[in-house]
Design a protein. Structure first.
Ligand SMILES: [Zn+2]
Length: 297
């Protein structure tokens, strides 16, 4: 029985008990409201905590047998940051994943093209980064993510294969919408919480402390439509995070390679991403690890 089914059934049983047993008058209304309140709270907690996989299964971590991690950046592209961030990643030879907002991609398609040309993975992060779709009709939920897919496909020549919802929120029918769009939902293992910690050094130190083999790290290019996190702050955070993670011995692997999705073979590894041990050797290591984890599962 799914969580939606049991939470709905629980609420229905609670409601009928109250209607049957409670005294008439305000206490009945109060009880009724509190049950509805608990039910809504359950839905909100379930939606907001990707760790619970409440409605929607998500990838949060890759294989744990290698010190590999994937960097992901949400809410771009942003002309105030993306070019500098791409430059940093190029210099550091790090393949990242960018979960982009459809509306921003339409405004700055060249940034998407550049990121893809640099070998980064582009994912769907909804079309407008709003939350209205969480309570809208099912057709609007599909439309929200289909529109971003369409925009990114027009720019890249192929639709994205990965999606991350704004703040990781979900709703009961989202899994079906993503299946229809052939999107794999990706959450995270460690996030920057840039709004809470603010200071780049503090954010980077916290991420480096929490990162483990296979971690999917979530950082923000911006908080979409705001300047709460300044571009220079975001850039310094990325820079320090990379340095500290390297100090701890982690290696950066592109998200899809980390997760070994079916498209793994179809998206060739950028030769420049594997310079530390020589392209062929590192590729062999990746293949070996793919086989290794396949035999484990
Ligand atoms: Zn976001």
């Amino acid at each position: 029985m799914s969580r939606l089914a049991w939470s709905t059934a629980g609420a229905a049983i609670g409601l009928s008990l109250i209607v049957t047993l409670a005294e008439a008058g305000p206490s009945k209304t109060q009880l009724l409201l509190s049950v509805i309140g608990v039910y809504i709270a359950l839905l909100v907690v379930g939606s907001l905590s990707p760790r619970l996989d409440f409605y929607l299964p998500s990838a949060r971590r890759g294989p744990v047998d290698q010190p590999w991690i994937a960097l992901t950046f949400d809410d771009g592209p942003d002309p105030a940051l993306t070019p500098a961030l791409l430059k940093l990643l190029r210099r550091e030879r790090i393949p990242a994943a960018f979960f982009c907002v459809g509306a921003a991609a339409r405004r700055y398609p060249a940034l998407i093209t550049q990121a893809a040309a640099d070998g980064h993975l582009i994912g769907n992060h909804s079309d407008r980064h709003g939350y209205g779709w969480t309570v809208a009709a099912p057709s609007q939920v599909l439309a929200e993510f289909a529109a971003a897919n369409q925009t990114l496909a027009a720019i890249l020549g192929a639709a994205p294969r990965f999606v991350r919802t704004p703040s990781g929120v979900s709703r009961p029918d989202l899994a079906e919408a993503f299946a229809q769009l052939q999107l794999t939902n990706v959450a995270w293992d460690v996030c920057g919480l840039e709004l809470l910690y603010r200071n780049p050094a503090r954010i980077a130190a916290r991420i480096a402390r929490l990162a483990r083999n296979g971690s999917i790290i979530l950082l923000h290019e911006s908080y979409y439509g705001t300047r709460i996190v300044k571009p220079e702050q975001a850039l310094t955070t990325a820079q320090l995070t990379i340095a500290l993670l390297r100090e701890r011995g982690f290696r950066f692997v592109r998200l899809d390679h980390l997760l070994k999705q079916p498209g793994f073979a179809a998206s060739p590894i950028h030769a420049s991403w594997l310079p530390e041990e020589g392209g062929a050797m590192a590729k062999a290591r990746i293949d070996e690890s793919t086989n290794h984890s396949a035999s484990r599962s």
